[in-house]
Design a protein around this ligand. Structure first.
Ligand SMILES: Cc1cc2nc3c(=O)[nH]c(=O)nc-3n(C[C@H](O)[C@H](O)[C@H](O)COP(=O)(O)OP(=O)(O)OC[C@H]3O[C@@H](n4cnc5c(N)ncnc54)[C@H](O)[C@@H]3O)c2cc1C
Length: 384
């Protein structure tokens, strides 16, 4: 069995252990993650992390984690970014479904799903959004009716990240349409290989499928797959969304790495930046360092169930920082000559792919306008 992180060891020792292991084991570039076949290398990497006790350091030791505090988890994130580890294929499972099962699942449910989640033998995706239910999530209409020991699910989800290589989805479904709309919602685990499930990848302008839409037609799901009880899905989902917006999700190191790569591009091109761009460079660096200190403070205070307003602040900070950083990069890479109409360098192509994705960060995990609403209501006490 793996050891807990704690036990008298310092954060520096933990960092050194991680740096050594990741330095030795992080794989070279894996192929783009655009379907089941391409996911094999990512799954193998997750198994290796799990075997070494690093797949989910924040999970309790009894479930195969290291019982890491928020601070220790942040150190893991920092070292992972520093080592340029691959995209974590089962992030929705490890960050959302797993902790949610620990909070609301039965012993049998934890035993059924957590071990396979940890080793990415089963990869998870998040089925909340629907064509007419995004910010107003409680408007969701995917229906689930009880039939014997099953729920029968009909409806559609959309923007489901990674559904085209996932095996399972944790979905919010409507089990009651009569009362207040927040009340009749249920959280249920659905095997994507069940008859009646169709996953249709959504191809983006860059020809890559990032997410999919999912159709459910008379899909039979055992009632045993309901987590937290019928009609209690809203409460379960709000806890899960706190995990999604929390500080463990982003590390300042990835932003520092980006700034450093821009600095190197400027040095090797031997150009002088426009003073306004230079000023922005300094401002973004200051923002990154502020984010580092903020995240570290929040991590020191954090409990397992992050306060909603803190999670909202955090999401606003990292997503806005990302947009600003990639905008800065666009100006810098134009100045260095990397970014040119029809003749950009590979570095600039990669940068611009992330530049576009950064804009999506204002939308996923709850849009930034919604985060501002939360802060206005919960922190400033403004009326709804
Ligand atoms: C890259 C990416 C990945 C995603 N992955 C997933 C996933 O894996 N699973 C999943 O379930 N969903 C996922 N989503 C969907 C995401 O959660 C929704 O797009 C988001 O919640 C917004 O919903 P919507 O698109 O329906 O926009 P809408 O809710 O229609 O919002 C449209 C605009 O109106 C604004 N708005 C709406 N209501 C208010 C209000 N009350 N006050 C102020 N402004 C308001 C919004 O901020 C937004 O600017 C993903 C989205 C993206 C971009």
């Amino acid at each position: 069995m793996t050891q807990a992180v704690a036990g008298g060891r310092s954060l520096d020792d933990w960092r050194a252990e991680l740096r050594a292991w990741l330095g030795e084991h992080v794989p070279r570039a894996l192929p783009p993650l655009d379907g089941h076949a391409a996911s094999a290398g990512y799954r193998a990497w997750e198994r290796k992390l799990a075997d070494a006790g690093y797949a989910a350091v924040h999970w309790p030791v009894e479930h195969g984690g290291r019982g890491a505090s928020e601070r220790e988890r942040l150190v893991f994130q920092e070292e992972y970014e520093r080592a340029r580890g691959p995209v974590r294929i089962n992030i929705q499972g490890l960050m959302l479904a797993g902790p949610t099962l620990m909070a609301f699942g039965t012993e049998r449910q934890r035993h059924r799903w957590l071990p396979a989640m940890l080793r990415a033998d089963e990869v998870w995706c998040q089925g909340f959004s629907e064509p007419d239910a995004g910010s107003d999530l409680a408007a969701l209409r995917t229906r689930a009716e009880q039939s014997g020991d099953d729920l029968v699910v009909n409806g559609q989800k959309v923007w489901t990240t990674g559904a085209h290589y996932a095996d399972w989805i944790f979905a919010l479904v409507r089990t009651d349409s009569a009362g207040p709309k927040h009340r009749g919602i249920t959280w249920v685990m659905i095997d994507l290989r069940t008859p009646g499930v169709t996953v249709r990848p959504i191809t983006q302008l860059n020809d890559r499928p990032e997410f999919a839409e999912i159709f459910f037609e008379d899909v039979r799901v055992p009632l045993d797959n309901v987590v937290g009880g019928i009609g209690n899905g809203w409460r379960v989902a709000m806890t899960a969304l706190g995990f999604e917006r929390g500080v463990g999700r982003r590390s300042y190191i990835q932003y520092l790495n980006r700034l450093e790569s821009l600095r190197r591009a400027v040095a090797s091109a031997g150009v002088r930046l426009d003073p306004a761009v230079e000023l922005e460079f300094g401002d973004v660096l200051a923002q990154v360092l502020m984010y580092r200190d903020y995240a570290s403070r929040v991590a020191a205070e954090a409990t397992a169930d992050p306060p909603t307003a803190t999670a909202a602040y955090n999401k606003l900070i990292w997503s806005e920082l990302q947009v600003r950083l990639f905008q800065l990069g666009e100006s810098v890479l134009r100045a260095t000559g990397d970014l040119r109409d029809g003749a950009s360098t590979e570095r600039a192509e990669e940068w611009m792919a992330e530049y576009w994705y950064a804009r999506a960060a204002r939308i996923f995990a709850g849009t930034n306008q919604i985060q501002k609403n939360i802060i206005a209501e919960r922190v400033l006490g403004m009326p709804r």
